[in-house]
Design a protein around this ligand. Sequence first.
Ligand SMILES: Nc1nc2c(ncn2[C@@H]2O[C@H](COP(=O)(O)OP(=O)(O)OP(=O)(O)O)[C@@H](O)[C@H]2O)c(=O)[nH]1
Length: 317
Amino acid sequence: MESALRGRLVSNGLFNRIDIDALEHLLDDCARFTLVAGGTLLEQGAENDCLYVVLQGELRVYLGGRHMPVHTVLGIGECAGELSLIDGQCVSALVIAAVETELLVIPQAMVWSMIDRSHGFARNLLAILSGRMRRDNLTLVTTASRSLEFELAASVDALTGLHNRRWLAEAFPRAIRRCEQDAAPLCLVMADIDHFKRLNDEHGHLVGDAVLRTVARRLAESLRSPDLIARYGGEEFAILLPQTGTDEGLRIAERLRRAVEDMPLATLTAGAVAKVTVSCGIAPLGRDATLELLINSADSALYCAKAAGRNRVKVAS
Ligand SMILES: Nc1nc2c(ncn2[C@@H]2O[C@H](COP(=O)(O)OP(=O)(O)OP(=O)(O)O)[C@@H](O)[C@H]2O)c(=O)[nH]1
């Protein structure tokens, strides 16, 4: 092997700081080949019984296929194929030449001979494997926290910061089931901003959005800790009151209504919107009730509250 190449090999990767002379005759028996830019060295799921060392050029490693971001870049002295070679299983990543890349091919039997002959080689191989594990662990942690972020983003309404309907569809039935199991009462309140279309028309959507955010915060702040609230859609909010009978539910809904009515809005709308109100419909949990039935009856009560003049609470009959 040319001395310039040897010099580069012993400064990195598998042959880093080892007495390469002890392995010289083995290395001389290894084949070399050049992969064109974009050429595939290892394919996920394929068999592999060689270790490849980069002599010239660069390899790119993809964990989930070419369409995914590059996981790792391998430069001179670094190797590919060691995992599948050691455990005898299929290749776990796609490895592609980033540019024209020259590779040293060390067959499996030769790798074991090198390990027998050189502790330095064995140590470097272990260091490469643990480095890869560390990198993969980091990827796992990053992926897990990202997916948590996505999950959160998918369950939160961007405008109000409240949970959204998607979240409601999972969280509310769970709370309903818990109350049913405990034979405890429960109420669902649907609260809807009054004449919101008019407010939008008169003051514009941006003011409408700001009012929505303020009402959402006001409602959420007025609840007890076990209560659940979500933006049901548009200017309508769904509020679940666990362990709550109709009389108490009515008191809470009345408190919510008043909290919105008393809301200071002057700074928000430069005094243009003096007052915003909500109408509420409340439905107690009946026998074998589902979330859908509860929403329907709270919605009918809400409709009655609107029809009776708005800014009031009605209980489902
Ligand atoms: N600014 C803003 N407006 C919204 C949003 N979502 C829904 N709206 C508007 O809310 C209005 C709701 O109007 P309606 O359903 O007629 O109800 P309303 O005018 O409040 O009348 P009542 O409910 O009968 O008191 C519609 O004009 C929607 O465009 C939003 O995210 N931002």
